[in-house]
Write a protein that binds this ligand. Structure first.
Ligand code: ZN
Length: 309
């Protein structure tokens, strides 16, 4: 089904004056997960109405924006457009102050999920990648007595994190030089879908993690996102260069050298979380062909079946 964007929502988004079509972009020619080069175009616009194409790799089923904005265009997007755009979409103010209540609930839920594993281990340090205002890192640091570092590209959000007494870095984990620093816990919370190079970041994280380290990562499950609104376009948004499924995220983790020890379907039925230990990388950990075929069939069904089941 294709849903129309309600007029008041479209008006609020238009009022921001963000010209997505004019932003510098780059074409993706190789799949970030499997290196394949055969893609299917699944959608031609996103939930805001911007002309963004979502492609799926026909070999592994990874879904991603193509073309997608350059790193510098995304840096400008996060510095002043991202939160106002999400606010315009929802019709309520979402900014570095207002998101903190939501992040506190999220932090408590995630801490409960990892607690049994953290308490068994002897962990001292943590890194929160894309840590936003620091609410989650601060909660983890306090609950588990960890030395916390936060890295995020949004200056206003990092400013909030600094006031919580966290070690902060304004920037991208792909570019920051950590030297010999290693971390016992790495959090990638509600962030992986925003990355520009998931393979590169996971390889980096694998090296940044200490031997007894733990990785927590969660995804917006792409299938859950289109099934709940019965619309593929409504599951696409320019803020997410990537759209992960359980199969593609598992493939990414295994290939980067992570063993998933626990998976959690969040109470919102949209997010899926993974807790992982370092392991030996599995080089061919790609989703199977029948999984990819099923995804593409389901997308076509959702696009064309007139009614919700
Ligand atoms: Zn692929």
């Amino acid at each position: 089904m294709t849903t129309a964007i309600p007029a008041d929502r479209a008006q609020r988004i238009a009022a921001l004056g963000y010209d997505y079509a004019a932003q510098p972009k780059e074409a993706i020619t190789l799949c970030n997960l499997c290196g394949g080069s055969s893609f299917v175009v699944l959608a031609h616009r996103d939930r805001y109405g911007f002309p963004a194409e979502a492609h799926a790799c026909t070999f592994c089923g990874l879904v991603f924006l193509n073309p997608r904005m350059t790193a510098s265009a995304y840096a400008r997007f996060y510095d002043g457009t991202y939160r106002p755009l999400v606010s315009a979409f929802h019709g309520r103010l979402i900014d570095p102050k207002t998101i903190q209540a939501e992040q506190r609930d999220y932090a408590a839920e995630r801490a409960a999920f990892v607690r049994p594993f953290i308490e068994q281990a002897n962990l001292a340090s943590m890194l929160d990648i894309g840590g936003s205002t620091g609410v989650v890192a601060h909660h983890f640091a306090r609950e588990f007595d960890l030395e916390a570092t936060l890295i995020d590209p949004a200056p206003l959000e990092v400013e909030e994190a600094r006031t919580l007494g966290l070690e902060t870095i304004t920037g991208l984990v792909e570019h920051h030089e950590f030297g010999s620093q290693r971390f016992d816990l790495v959090l990638i919370c509600q962030t992986v879908d925003h990355l520009l190079d998931i393979s590169g970041v996971l390889d980096r994280v694998r090296h940044l993690l200490s031997l007894q380290g733990l990785l927590f990562i969660d995804i917006v499950d792409f299938r859950a996102a289109y099934l709940r609104n019965w619309s593929v376009e409504d599951a696409i948004k320019i803020d997410h260069p990537f759209y992960l499924t359980q199969e593609t995220m598992t493939g990414y983790l295994r290939r980067a050298g992570f063993n998933i020890v626990r998976t959690d379907y969040a109470a919102d039925h949209l997010h899926v979380s993974y807790l992982c230990w370092p392991d030996v990388p599995v080089t061919d950990a790609f989703p199977r062909a029948d999984t990819v075929a099923r995804l593409l069939r389901e997308v076509r069904f959702v696009q064309n079946a007139p009614y919700r089941l």
